[in-house]
Design a protein around this ligand. Structure first.
Ligand SMILES: [Zn+2]
Length: 439
């Protein structure tokens, strides 16, 4: 690959793009895709920067609609732990959070995200009387500092409950005063079913009051015996009742897989009808679900193929990175897509194409972003160049990331021998650095 003089316009030439016949040139101006033409056949602005990608795949940059930056890289109890233990361990660690500490860990994750080709993140950010708005403040600082390459959307997240942690609701309301802030929820941490339902109502009422999107952690358990973990139908009804079609996401929802097929089909139809999106978080769900199974251990993820067949909106995301909820993580959406495909019987190009959309355009749709348009004229110029020639196989290939384009500019190039594109140093200081677990 080579590049010409830096100007306002950028052209990625000889690109492989899904659904295109032959290679194309992609013209980017003013942060948008302004032209897609057969390679070598379009008129290019004479002053444009040219990046010849030599037949490689150009795809939408990834979106992570569910990522916990504030509690990333905390490690966890050496014995591991179930969901309750992970929440308790993290609650204790939150007592010693400082602005600098949260910022440093979050920024290491952002460095890895950029290297992976991710330029949009919804940060699930904890708010409660212990941590107050400290983590929210950090996220606002990071959103401003990295705005040249990152859409950082903040979801205020009451991990320890709303009714069960008095004082949390007032903090959520304060955080929601800043436009664009998403209201999060976690009803299963409430004491009983009535409180869990009231938690859902509170979150969706806030979404209406503040005119924002809602995102609930929901139904993360082995089965639906405890009804606090079987709220998907309730969320669908409550969403429809408030006219929030397309504005509510639910993450995890592992108990869907434990329902009887007829019951599950009704639930999926209800979610589809209400426009509620399901965000599957396979790294965490596989780690936390099925812990008490002594044989035939459950797979513990939402059945994404069935979700698609019922028309439910979906996305896949990393969730936690190397903490008590998830000991692994490289902040790579393609890795999450492949992991989910492997445990849900993904088998043909349509399945893998859908998994690719689940970490790109579909993930963007969950965030309410124009990136949902994918690669088309008028869409945001947020792209990644992958070291693969086959747009149909990127989830299976897991190709290296060669270039990342944000706001129509190259913000990351993976090969140090080539001309350095953009000013990564401006964005991330000495980053990217190797991502390693804390000692
Ligand atoms: Zn989460």
């Amino acid at each position: 690959m080579s590049a010409g003089a830096r100007t306002g316009a950028l052209v990625l030439t000889r690109a492989s793009v899904r659904d295109a016949d032959g290679l194309v040139d992609i013209l980017l101006e003013d942060g948008r895709i302004t032209g897609i033409t057969a390679a070598g056949e379009g008129m290019l602005p004479p002053s444009a920067e040219i990046a010849d990608v030599d037949g490689r795949v150009v795809a939408p940059a990834f979106s992570e609609p569910h990522l916990h930056l504030d509690k990333a890289l905390l490690g966890g109890p050496s014995s591991g732990g179930a969901l309750d233990a992970a929440i308790a361990y993290t609650a204790e660690r939150k007592r010693s959070f400082t602005h600098a500490d949260v910022e440093a860990r979050a920024e290491r994750v952002l460095a890895a995200a950029l290297r992976a080709g991710t330029t949009a993140i919804r940060a699930q950010t904890e708010v409660d009387p212990t941590v107050g708005l400290l983590s929210v403040d950090v996220m606002h600082d990071l959103a401003a500092r990295h705005r040249d390459w990152l859409d950082l959307q903040i979801a205020v997240f009451p991990q320890e409950g709303i009714r069960s942690r008095p004082g949390t609701l007032a903090l959520m309301r304060e955080a929601l005063l800043i436009p664009g802030t998403v209201v999060g929820g976690c009803p299963y941490t409430e004491a009983d079913l009535a409180d869990a339902r009231a938690h859902v109502d509170t979150v969706l009422d806030l979404a209406v009051e503040f005119g924002t999107l809602a995102d609930l952690h929901l139904d993360l358990a082995d089965d639906a015996t405890d009804e606090r973990f079987a709220l998907a139908d309730y969320v669908a009804q409550a969403t429809a009742a408030r006219g929030l079609y397309g504005r509510v996401a639910i993450g995890h929802v592992t108990t869907l897989g434990a329902l009887e097929p007829d019951r599950r089909a009704r639930t999926l139809d209800a979610l589809a009808g209400a426009g509620v999106a399901v965000v599957v978080l396979p790294a965490t769900d596989l780690y936390l679900v099925g812990r008490n199974d002594r044989r035939s251990v459950r797979r513990g993820v939402a059945p994404i193929g069935e979700l698609w067949r019922h028309g439910v909106r979906t996305a896949v995301s990393s969730n936690n990175i190397r903490n008590a909820f998830t000991p692994t993580g490289t902040v790579d959406p393609l890795d999450m897509a492949l992991l989910l495909g492997r445990v849900t019987f993904a088998s043909d190009v349509r399945d893998f194409a859908a998994l690719h959309r689940a970490v790109t355009s579909d993930a963007a749709r969950v965030m309410g972003s124009a990136r949902a348009e994918g690669i088309s004229v008028g869409a945001p110029a947020e792209l990644v160049v992958l070291d693969s020639q086959d747009p149909e196989s990127v989830v299976v290939d897991q190709p290296a990331r060669r270039l990342v384009v944000a706001r129509g500019r190259i913000v990351y190039s993976s090969t140090v021998s080539e001309r350095f594109h953009g000013s990564l140093a401006d964005h991330l200081g000495a980053l990217p650095t190797p991502l390693t677990a804390p000692a």
